[in-house]
Design a protein around this ligand. Structure first.
Ligand SMILES: Nc1ncnc2c1ncn2[C@@H]1O[C@H](COP(=O)(O)OP(=O)(O)O)[C@@H](O)[C@H]1O
Ligand SMILES: [Mg+2]
Length: 229
């Protein structure tokens, strides 16, 4: 589904030129759970942004379901992004003034979905995440793990094929983090979602099917956990 061929990304300002990615080849199959590890500054977020069509490669090709992303217009790229990807962040990025339900409804609102449909889909997504009893709570009234589950529900509500997670357990204790990881794994194994998760935590990465290691913008190593089964 996701295929990168010799992707490079150069950020250029007037003073500095940074090669964030320097020739990345990567395939992520539908339903695969991939972990991305590597030191700070190695290009992990850049890679996630390119996969999620938030940014485009400087050189090389990105194919999403055999469509060459660079050949699409900006508008087509963002339409594709909204349809294919859900995003999860370390700091949850929820709106504190809105209830859990309203936070989850937001992506559907931008999409112009009917209010009744919106509410129904958001309720279902929250139920999937075990939050049926917390729909009217606002983020400050929820634990870290619950906030991240609301954020996952929000990422799921548009029924994306792929979830992109940047350090999703980075702000959580190990119990709440473990719960989030089991949910991500279930989304991949039971719901067929592809998951690309950036993490610093080896225990988190060990829940994935495969780990790639980035170093200075290239994949320096790879571990396939499925091979050990
Ligand atoms: N928008 C940007 N403009 C300039 N340089 C950037 C930008 N985004 C990232 N970089 C640089 O690219 C490199 C990789 O960054 P990033 O992908 O955020 O790494 P990681 O997520 O692994 O910490 C870093 O050297 C960073 O400073
Ligand atoms: Mg990063």
């Amino acid at each position: 589904m996701i295929k990168l061929e010799d992707v490079t990304k150069v950020y250029e300002t007037e003073e500095v030129r940074t090669s964030a990615l320097r020739g990345v080849d990567l395939v992520v199959e539908q339903g695969e759970f991939l972990a991305v590890m590597g030191p700070s500054g190695s290009g992990k977020t850049t890679l996630l942004n390119i996969i999620g069509c938030l940014d485009i490669p400087t050189e090389g090709e990105y194919f999403l379901d055999n469509v060459k992303i660079q050949s699409l217009s900006r508008t087509e790229q963002s339409r594709l992004r909204n349809r294919k990807f859900g995003f999860i962040f370390q700091t949850f990025n929820l709106i504190p003034e809105l209830s859990a339900l309203e936070n989850v409804e937001l992506p559907l609102m931008y999409r112009g979905e009917h209010p009744r449909v919106r509410t129904k889909l958001a309720q279902e997504a929250l139920q999937t995440m075990g939050l049926e009893g917390r729909m009217n709570h606002r983020p400050p009234q929820l634990s870290g793990g619950q906030k991240q589950r609301v954020a996952i529900a929000r990422s799921l509500v548009g029924n994306p094929e792929c979830i992109l997670a940047d350090e999703p357990t980075g702000s959580l204790d190990s119990i709440a983090g473990g719960e989030i990881l089991r949910m991500l794994r279930a989304l991949s194994k039971d719901f067929g979602k592809s998951i690309v998760m950036v993490t610093h935590d080896h225990r988190a990465a060990s829940m994935a099917d495969r780990i790639i290691y980035l170093q200075d913008g290239v994949i320096s190593n790879e571990t396939d956990m499925r091979a050990d089964l």
